[in-house]
Design a protein around this ligand. Structure first.
Ligand code: CA
Length: 319
């Protein structure tokens, strides 16, 4: 056997065994078991109002797990021993949005029934996927309070254009999956919404924190208020993160870029804070479009949000 001291052979393990990339946490589902955390891809973006390649996001986000280590220096916590079961992607119908939504709801309902203790991380796709995803959560875990990070209300009516990434929360309310007071929207932005949808939000008791509200106080204060308000109404909480809540400087890879949005640190702080809350039973990250991104920086924010959230679960003794 030839040995060269400075030659690292292909596929040889790291010299320092304690160096681990976050990508190594992902374990393909074996058809039998799941770990405490599951990853499920939903590559649907035909339902987008504007051009979107968000169907590419699940694959890109998985790849970008390789960009990070598992260690949090801020909390001195290491996720290295955590396993994330990667269930793969739900197969979308080629053209039929309603049929794709039915597949999402059915598949997630089945998975959450079979693995009731698994925490689902759902990767969109555009925001239309949150309607069937939250419907599955309601069916399997009871009344659900939704904390939505978004530049937009996503409360368009379904009559004019059918189900799209502009309608998921209207659909949830109109299908009685949630009532308006079970929805808290954070990061809603100027010149990105119509007055008619803000009126719909307020007349249906949806709680809205605009970007002005976000600038005025720590994000944890807002989340504390939101959770306190939701808890008496629901059995569990769900976090829906539209990456376009971020300013275009932090998230260039999404269809609806614009100024005046949240900075990424605020979103990461929110993810860490919410990760520690035992009533949060699922999350989705949507609207990342790798086809218009720059160096996958928006997908990387998505991965970082997931890692911060999992760090929160670990810090909160939930993992
Ligand atoms: Ca949205």
């Amino acid at each position: 056997m030839m040995e060269y001291p400075f030659l690292k052979k292909a596929n040889s393990p790291f010299i320092d065994r304690y160096v681990k990339k976050a990508a190594e946490l992902l374990e393909p589902w074996n058809g039998i078991e799941s770990s405490q955390v599951g990853l499920i891809g939903v590559p649907l973006s035909k339902s987008s109002i504007s051009h979107s390649g968000a169907l590419m996001a699940p694959a890109t986000i998985r790849k970008e797990f390789g960009a990070y280590s598992t260690y949090s220096i801020e909390e001195n916590l290491d996720l290295a021993l955590l396993s994330i079961t990667d269930f793969g992607d739900i197969d979308m119908h080629v053209t039929d949005i309603k049929m794709s939504q039915d597949r999402i709801e059915q598949t997630l309902t089945d998975i959450l029934t079979d693995y009731p203790d698994m925490f689902p991380i759902i990767l969109g796709g555009d925001h239309s996927i949150s309607f069937p995803a939250i419907s599955a959560i309601m069916k399997t875990k009871g009344r659900v309070g939704v904390i939505q990070f978004d530049a937009h209300h996503d409360l368009r009516n379904l009559v004019d254009g059918g189900p799209s990434n502009g309608t998921p929360f209207r659909s949830l309310i109109e299908h009685d999956v949630i009532s308006g007071d079970q929805l808290v929207q954070i990061g809603i932005r100027d010149f990105s919404n119509s007055a008619i949808y803000s009126s719909f939000a307020y007349s249906n008791q949806v709680t809205v924190y605009t970007m002005k509200d976000v600038r005025k106080q720590p994000i944890t204060t807002i989340l504390e208020q939101a959770i306190e308000q939701l808890i008496p109404l629901v059995d569990c909480l769900y976090l829906s993160i539209d990456i376009d809540v971020l300013d275009q400087a932090f998230a260039p890879g999404c269809p609806a870029i614009g100024p005046g949005g949240m900075d990424s640190q605020t979103l990461l702080d929110a993810a860490f804070y919410l990760g520690q809350h035992p009533l949060i039973k699922g999350l989705d990250i949507v609207e990342i479009d790798p086809t218009v991104d720059f160096r996958n920086m928006t997908s990387r924010v998505g991965v970082h949000v997931i890692l911060q959230f999992l760090k929160g679960r670990m810090a909160g003794g939930l993992l």
